[in-house]
Ligand binder design. Structure first.
Ligand SMILES: C[S@@+](CC[C@H](N)C(=O)[O-])C[C@H]1O[C@@H](n2cnc3c(N)ncnc32)[C@H](O)[C@@H]1O
Length: 197
């Protein structure tokens, strides 16, 4: 049922794009709107990763692994449709914040927030511009190149003791505290866990 709703929402979000592409491009408003939507979306892909959600079962398991205590501050940097922060807030009582740079995906996260009736916050923008000093736990699913660039930011912007769960890709040169291996049955990617020292 949830997947059906999600598909419908995604189709609804895609409709404006189909609509704009069919428009007479003399319409300056349409061109500007198209640019306003597509450029940040492509930018998000180049800046961090394209929108590929973590499979729901894997996301649930990762959040469970984090053993979140009520009131802990949890971020998903590049939160996609918000699944990590909704699970963290709704199931474990976290103060959860998702940051998303792609406008369409951000909109999708906001719509899903209504379905989840979640108290998690979804913020728009580049996570590199946010202060993450209050984070107890950070989830991310970003490309290796981005994780490489993320390293100095993590060193400066997060406090000692923060735990980072990176889905699928490792943060280079960081000492792992735990690895959850690839799930052979469902072929879910591994999870790499780090702690800021
Ligand atoms: C691979 S998806 C993961 C989504 C979600 N975390 C999950 O695991 O289901 C990466 C997301 O990060 C977003 N993103 C990429 N670079 C970003 C940045 N610099 N700031 C905020 N979001 C970013 C992308 O738009 C995309 O939605």
């Amino acid at each position: 049922m949830a997947d059906l709703i999600l598909s419908l929402v995604t189709i609804l979000l895609a409709l404006p794009l189909v609509y704009f592409s069919a428009l007479n491009l003399n319409n300056i408003f349409a061109i500007l709107l198209l640019i306003a939507i597509t450029i940040p979306t492509i930018y998000a892909m180049l800046k961090g990763a394209p929108f590929v959600p973590t499979p729901m079962k894997r996301a649930e398991k990762i959040v469970k692994m984090a053993k979140i205590k009520k009131g802990q501050v949890v971020y998903d940097i590049g939160c996609g449709d918000g699944r990590f922060v909704y699970i963290a807030a709704n199931k474990y009582g976290a103060k959860a914040i998702g940051i998303e740079l792609s406008p369409l995906v951000y909109l999708l996260a906001l719509i899903r927030k209504l379905f989840w009736r979640s108290k998690a916050h979804i913020k728009y923008g580049d996570f590199a511009l946010y202060n993450l000093k209050n984070a107890d736990i950070i989830f991310c699913y970003l490309l290796p190149d981005t994780l490489k660039k993320l390293q100095p930011m993590i060193d400066k912007k997060i406090k000692k003791g923060t735990i980072i769960y990176s889905y699928a890709f490792q943060i280079p040169n960081w000492k792992l505290i735990h690895t959850e291996d690839r799930d052979k049955e469902s072929n879910f990617a591994p999870v790499f866990v780090y702690q800021k020292i």
